[in-house]
Design a protein around this ligand. Structure first.
Ligand code: NAD
Length: 239
């Protein structure tokens, strides 16, 4: 990672913050981007709403001006909406798809030329719940929009890998299982445990356990790996 310029979206907290910290410790030059950052916090802390085309444009201008290149784009920003198939509002469904799917697509589209110029790569953050279903119950609705959005992220990963391979850009995804972050803060303990127990390892992931896998995918050691969806889930998907 030495001197690689890496942009991590949703880097203010949770998994994005942990991934950014890990890659920085490995020698990368980090651009942390988040909707909770304000303009003017500096080129390494960029205000970015991934659901806005203008915001992506401003972010790209800042990266180009300050760093002159981008080696790795980590599309991590994501939101959930805890509601069932029949109770999800139209607005909530649109919002989740706009951030989680459109935001990933727009990020890749925005930086594709920059990445091609240095034979860089993209790592998307999907979810085990884009490749299996979350348990639904009265106390824990299914989050249908979220699950659908993550399946779309997986497919964007494959399509982008195919389309960008001739340009020398690799595109992969990590699929986290259950990690204890703010995203799951509203889940009752019993439900969280139920999800955790679906993974054979029987414990939640620590945010620090995601960064090393992102690093591996971003490293030139993985130069023949593209279009891969890598679970980081304590065995959840295997089970
Ligand atoms: P989190 O809520 O703790 O952090 C998400 C970050 O993204 C926040 O800093 C937030 O400000 C930012 N963000 C939200 N909307 C944004 C937008 N429109 N533009 C820019 N930034 C925005 O969540 P987390 O658990 O760290 O999740 C990070 C990613 O990991 C998400 O894509 C999530 O779906 C995925 N994931 C998490 C888990 C888990 O167990 N926590 C499991 C599977 C996948």
């Amino acid at each position: 990672m030495k001197d690689k310029v890496v942009l991590v979206t949703g880097a203010a907290r949770g998994l994005g913050a942990a991934v950014a910290e890990h890659l920085e410790a490995a020698g990368a030059r980090l651009v942390r981007a988040d909707q909770s950052f304000s303009d003017g916090e500096g080129p390494e802390k960029v205000a970015l709403d991934v659901s806005s085309a203008d915001s992506w444009k401003r972010c790209a201008a800042s990266v180009r001006e300050e760093f002159g290149r981008l080696d790795v784009l980590v599309n991590n920003a994501g939101i959930s909406c805890r509601a069932d198939l029949l109770t999800t509002d139209d607005e909530d469904f649109d919002r989740v798809l706009r951030v989680n799917v459109w935001g990933v697509w727009r990020g890749i589209k925005t930086f594709a030329e920059d990445l091609a110029a240095v034979r860089g790569c993209v790592v998307n953050v999907g979810s085990v719940y884009g490749a299996s279903t979350a348990p639904a119950s009265r106390t824990s609705p299914s989050s249908v929009a979220y699950q659908a959005s993550k399946a779309a992220v997986h497919q964007i990963t494959r399509v982008a890998a195919v389309e960008l391979a001739p340009r020398g850009v690799r595109v992969n995804a990590v699929l986290p299982g259950v990690f204890r972050t703010a995203l799951l803060a509203d889940l009752p303990d019993a439900e969280l445990n139920r999800r955790v127990q679906r993974a054979p390892m029987g414990r939640p992931g620590e945010p620090s356990e995601l960064g090393p896998v992102v690093e591996l995918l971003a490293d030139e050691a993985a130069s023949f790996v593209t279009g891969a969806l890598i679970p980081v889930d304590g065995g959840h998907l295997a089970a």
